[in-house]
Design a protein around this ligand. Structure first.
Ligand code: 13P
Ligand code: SF4
Length: 349
């Protein structure tokens, strides 16, 4: 029988065409072997591979059926009719896939692959906020675990946060858990924000003026970028265009030329003529953008990495398919409620 899977040599040629300027040749050869095995396993097991934009270049450009930001990938997960979804991203993303398409086996190639934002808030925290602010709708960033989504009215991602808040037609919203994303949304929409956990316990909220109620979770990666970093880069490269993810502080976002989701940042580079871009997000994405935009230079700060996204490797992706691991389960009682919040978000776009 003639094999329908690309050989390691064919995968290597494809990777070389895309990544020769970004990844050393010796590494491409090793990765091509593993990627070829993954492509075979993927077909044999009728699996779909989804990869977040932060995946390392050799993985990003070899095995996924789709690459994208959180919103994009959750849509793809909801739509697939494959038996298995391998999620090359972090746990909350794989959980989202399972909630949206519960009959599928969802595999996360690393055991933990957490997220500092998802770990910053619990379902009990959300219930307490609802008691403090009765009747105020709860928007939860998709970077939360299923239990928190289940307590929320609607989810959002960095690409639709403003639209989701507007869709609620409510004078006030509880926006969780990212302090900076909430502050950036408030700033963009001209709303005032408070953080109840920072106020004295006896605060009488009815005496304050605010429209957004925030939480104090932060992305351990994006919180590290500073305005000083931007100024330093501009001094060194006066022509640089600065792109900041909305999980960066409001000061950093205000100092940048553009802020948007990972997909929006990728689009920005593609559609603009500047020859240099400072990419204030996980460093691997800079490699992926550089590979797709020959002639444009990505300035990166690679000492700031997401340890969780970086847990996902080609080796682990192969082993996920080989050994059927790590299977993501969400109890149906929680999934049912979380699905409502996610489907409302997807309906908005
Ligand atoms: P995006 O939805 O913009 O891809 O962001 C996900 C994320 O975790 C950023 O750190
Ligand atoms: Fe979470 Fe930040 Fe890593 Fe994204 S970059 S997965 S928000 S810790």
């Amino acid at each position: 029988m003639i094999s329908t899977f690309p050989t390691a040599a064919e995968v290597y040629e494809r990777l070389k065409a895309r990544l020769a300027r970004v990844v050393p040749d010796v590494e491409l050869r090793i990765k091509a072997e593993i990627a070829a095995e993954i492509l075979r396993l993927k077909a044999e097991r009728n699996a779909l591979i989804l990869a977040h934009n932060y995946m390392e270049p050799a993985l990003f450009y070899s095995v996924p059926d789709f690459q994208g930001d959180s919103l994009d990938l959750s849509r793809k997960a909801a739509q697939t009719d494959k038996d298995i979804i391998v999620f090359c991203g972090v746990r909350f993303m794989a959980e989202t896939a399972k909630i949206l398409n519960p009959s599928k086996t969802v595999l996360l190639p690393a055991k933990k692959a957490g997220c500092s934002l998802a770990e910053s808030i619990t379902a009990e925290d959300v219930r307490r906020l609802r008691q403090q602010f009765p009747g105020v709708p709860v928007v939860s960033y998709v970077n939360t675990y299923a239990e928190v989504k289940a307590e929320s009215d609607i989810c959002c991602t960095s690409s639709n946060a403003v639209a989701v808040v507007a869709s609620l037609r409510s004078d006030r919203v509880i926006f969780l858990p990212d302090e900076y994303l909430a502050s950036n949304v408030a700033r963009e929409t001209g709303k005032r924000i408070i953080f109840p956990t920072r106020l004295p316990p006896a605060t009488r909220f009815e005496e304050l003026e605010y429209e957004v109620i925030g939480w104090t979770g932060r992305c351990e990666v994006h919180e590290k970028f500073t305005v000083q970093d931007i100024e330093n880069a501009r001094r060194q490269f006066p022509d640089v265009a600065v792109l900041a993810h909305p999980e960066c502080s409001p000061e950093v976002v205000a100092a940048a030329d553009f802020s948007g989701s990972t997909n929006a940042m990728i689009r920005y580079v593609k559609e603009h003529a500047a020859s240099r871009y400072l990419i204030l997000t996980e460093c691997a994405m800079g490699d992926n953008i550089a590979a797709a935009n020959p002639g444009k230079e990505m300035v990166r700060m690679c000492s700031i990495r997401c340890p969780h996204m970086n847990e996902i490797t080609l080796e682990d992706t192969r082993d996920a398919l080989r050994f059927n691991r790590y299977v993501i389960e969400v109890p149906e009682a929680i999934a049912r409620r979380a699905r409502v919040a996610l489907e409302r978000m997807i309906a908005i776009g």
